[in-house]
Design a protein around this ligand. Structure first.
Ligand code: FES
Ligand SMILES: [Fe+2]
Length: 411
């Protein structure tokens, strides 16, 4: 990750104080973060080291790589990666750095975060060294004369990866706890019944964003902005006022319940019928059709769950004031058998883009705001409680107080 040595000592004082106070602050006394959290190079460098270089980071869903040879490319910080499915069916997260002279084997900037395809091998464009999908070097032209080259010993580095709920995660830290233990509360409490491991990504769109990653994460998790930013799209059926952060938020996850509008709930209960849409996730019962959810496993596993579709956002910082975002939609495979599936999908894509554009516009506007002298740490609504949980997470990762080994996580 970042080569800049960083530590808590280098964090701006305002950031340190804000993060430490978040650990003690009640949700009804919470305030927005200082502007430096969204702009400062030392905050970004420390995040790269203590968060993105250490935690489990989701990279892809298994349905994006169904066949041998399928791959997805993505950069995590300065680490160029390729997720491959080998002939043995195994998914691996490999470095894209050629073991000859260090070329990123996919130099096309546009494809770094959204490359996807199928290939029998990985070929470096510089001198044409070839690797198989396990990362093993299998051909290196004109190298016979080298006395220090042993083909069988050359492999692309493979990073530790695990799969949960169908999502492929990577960690660069050997001592990270198993992914299943990190996701346990989120999976058992919320995700398991959606069967996301069987779901398929049916829409994906990549966005280069001109705002800090936390702007998007905060925006994703708080439903308060349905009132303004989504007043004609989400607010009519997911009204902000009734949304609530679940009490069990902890150091790994949080979840927010978004109840459907009262008239829609009454209709579902009365008719016993789900709302029109894709074929719903089959393990849900009728009560599950009354709410949508947003969930987050720290730092960036973001899901927006409806009874018939799930939106997974893959969010990765690319700089102090920029990030890369892949928005995706998943449905149960059964949904594809509906006679009007093509029209349903087109409509769902349009809706997703419409509400996402509203978020993009607001997030860019926030980033402009945090650059100005007029920025202040405004008071948060109780509907913005998720922001406090993000602040507490950041405090624990970036600025753990030396003499407070156990933090109160009560809401
Ligand atoms: S740097 Fe890749 S083959 Fe030379
Ligand atoms: Fe939004």
């Amino acid at each position: 990750m970042s080569l800049t040595p960083t530590s808590t000592d280098t964090l701006p004082t305002a950031v340190l104080e804000a993060l430490h106070s978040a650990l003690q602050t009640a949700p009804n006394a919470a305030r927005a973060l200082p502007a430096a959290c969204y702009r400062d190079a030392t905050v970004h460098a420390l995040e790269q080291q203590a968060i993105f270089g250490s935690e489990w980071i989701p990279l892809a869903h298994v349905s994006q790589l169904p066949k041998a040879g399928d791959f997805v490319t993505v950069d995590v910080g300065d680490e160029p990666l390729i997720v491959t499915r080998g002939k043995d069916g195994r998914i691996r997260v490999l470095s894209r750095i050629c073991q000859h002279r260090g070329v990123d084997m996919l130099p096309d900037k546009a494809a770094r975060h959204c490359g996807q395809g199928n290939t029998p091998l990985l070929r470096c464009p510089y001198h044409l060294w070839n690797y198989d999908l396990t990362g093993q070097l299998i051909a290196a032209p004109e190298m016979a004369g080298s006395t220090c080259h042993a083909m069988e010993k050359v492999k692309l580095p493979e990073f530790r990866s695990e799969i949960a709920e169908g999502f492929i995660f990577v960690t660069f830290k050997a001592s990270s706890p198993p992914l299943a233990s990190v996701l346990h509360a989120l999976s058992s409490g919320y995700l398991a019944k959606y069967g996301l491991a069987e779901a398929e990504v049916v829409w994906a769109q990549h966005w280069e964003c001109d705002f800090n990653w936390k702007v998007l994460a905060e925006n994703f998790m708080e439903p308060y902005h349905h009132l303004g930013a989504h007043r004609t799209t989400l607010q009519p059926f997911l009204p902000a006022r009734f949304c609530a952060t679940e009490p069990g938020a902890d150091e790994h996850h949080m979840a927010v319940r978004l109840p459907l509008e009262a008239g829609i709930r009454a209709r579902i209960k009365e008719t016993g019928q789900a709302e029109p849409g894709f074929t719903p996730f089959p393990s849900l019962d009728l009560a599950d059709h009354l709410d949508w959810w947003v969930t987050m496993a720290f730092p960036v596993f973001l899901l927006f769950l409806a009874p018939d579709r799930a939106f997974w956002y893959r969010l990765l910082p690319t700089g102090p004031e920029t990030c890369s975002l892949l928005t995706t939609m998943l449905v149960h495979p059964e949904a594809k058998n509906a006679p009007d599936y093509a029209e349903q999908l087109a409509r769902a894509e349009q809706e997703a883009i419409a509400f996402h554009m509203e978020d993009m516009e607001i997030c860019s506007a926030i980033q402009r705001g945090v650059r100005g002298r007029g920025y202040t740490r405004g008071a948060l609504s109780p509907l913005e409680e998720p922001l406090l949980h993000i602040q507490r997470y950041l405090a624990r990762r970036l600025a753990p107080p030396a003499h407070t080994p156990i933090f109160s996580m009560t809401a």
